[in-house]
Design a protein around this ligand. Structure first.
Ligand code: DGL
Length: 263
């Protein structure tokens, strides 16, 4: 594998760009290829079988385009499909999972909230991880049903989104959580809406930066870090419309290419 090949990243839609931003910040010379499978969003309500099929489809497209590593920038796809992907394809995979561990270790109230999709919270991988902490920590799991719909449309302050958040965060506030883990890569885009609802002492934990560090470490281990210091190719493909990608990535407008493709 060639170290100047791109890092391939996929998500059910635009949310994984929150992870792309961390990857690009940490490794500014890496070429990247991002697939937003927005036509199939949300993954969170789909069966495990369907999530695996979609994850394979995205992986194969990224591999056809020469990706040297695949970042599964989606908690739902990671928790339901990454072990099969690793078994099937001969390329390193990096996944994202709700960061329960740091939240559990830091919690003083011994109560933490997790906001994630149904697919993530219902997965064996999530149960395995949360099971390690659930004896000592009260874990309030809430399905963020419907949130991805607004984020996919770029409606980050929509009144309906805010009223959903009020109802999803209420059980966490009642349980006196001091950490809220964002278990979906779309949710970093609604941190301000969340902060309007919760008291300021509650910390919001998201794993994007940790995923970028892990991606760098695995590239280094495999001698796949790009040694060339040229302007990178930063390509984004969506199989729906591209306006939300354009909006969320507006600060990178002059550096990136966004295209609509069928996949
Ligand atoms: N962004 C995804 C995640 O991290 C999936 C959201 C969805 O499509 O339901 O879980």
């Amino acid at each position: 594998m060639n170290s100047s090949a791109p890092i391939g990243i996929f998500d059910s839609g635009v949310g994984g760009t929150s992870i792309w931003k961390e990857i690009h910040r940490l490794m500014p010379y890496e070429h990247t290829l991002y697939l937003a499978d927005s036509a199939n969003a949300p993954y969170g309500d789909k069966s495990k079988k369907r999530i695996k099929e979609l994850s394979r489809k995205n992986t194969e497209l990224l591999l056809e385009k020469g990706a040297k590593i695949i970042v599964v920038a989606c908690n739902t796809a990671t928790t339901n499909a990454i072990s099969e992907l690793r078994a099937q394809y001969d390329v390193p995979f990096i996944g994202i999972e709700p960061a329960i561990k740091p939240a559990a270790l830091k919690s003083k109230s011994k109560s933490v909230g997790i906001l994630a999709t149904k697919g993530t919270l219902g997965s064996d991988l999530f149960h395995k991880t949360s099971g390690k902490f659930s004896e000592d920590i009260n874990i309030i799991e809430v399905i963020g049903k419907g949130l991805v719909h607004f984020i996919e449309k770029g409606q980050l302050n929509h009144p309906k989104l805010k009223s959903l958040l009020v109802s999803y965060l209420r059980p966490m506030l009642e349980a006196e959580v001091d950490h809220i883990v964002l278990g979906c890569s779309h949710y970093p885009y609604i941190i301000s809406a969340i902060e309007e609802i919760i008291p300021s002492h509650i910390k919001i934990i998201d794993s994007g930066a940790a995923v970028a560090r892990q991606t760098k470490a695995v590239l280094e281990q495999n001698k796949l870090l790009n040694r060339e210091k040229n302007t990178p190719r930063l390509e984004f493909f969506s199989n729906l419309e591209t306006s939300t990608l354009t909006y969320l990535l507006r600060e990178y407008e002059s550096e990136i290419v966004i295209e609509k493709r069928d996949f």
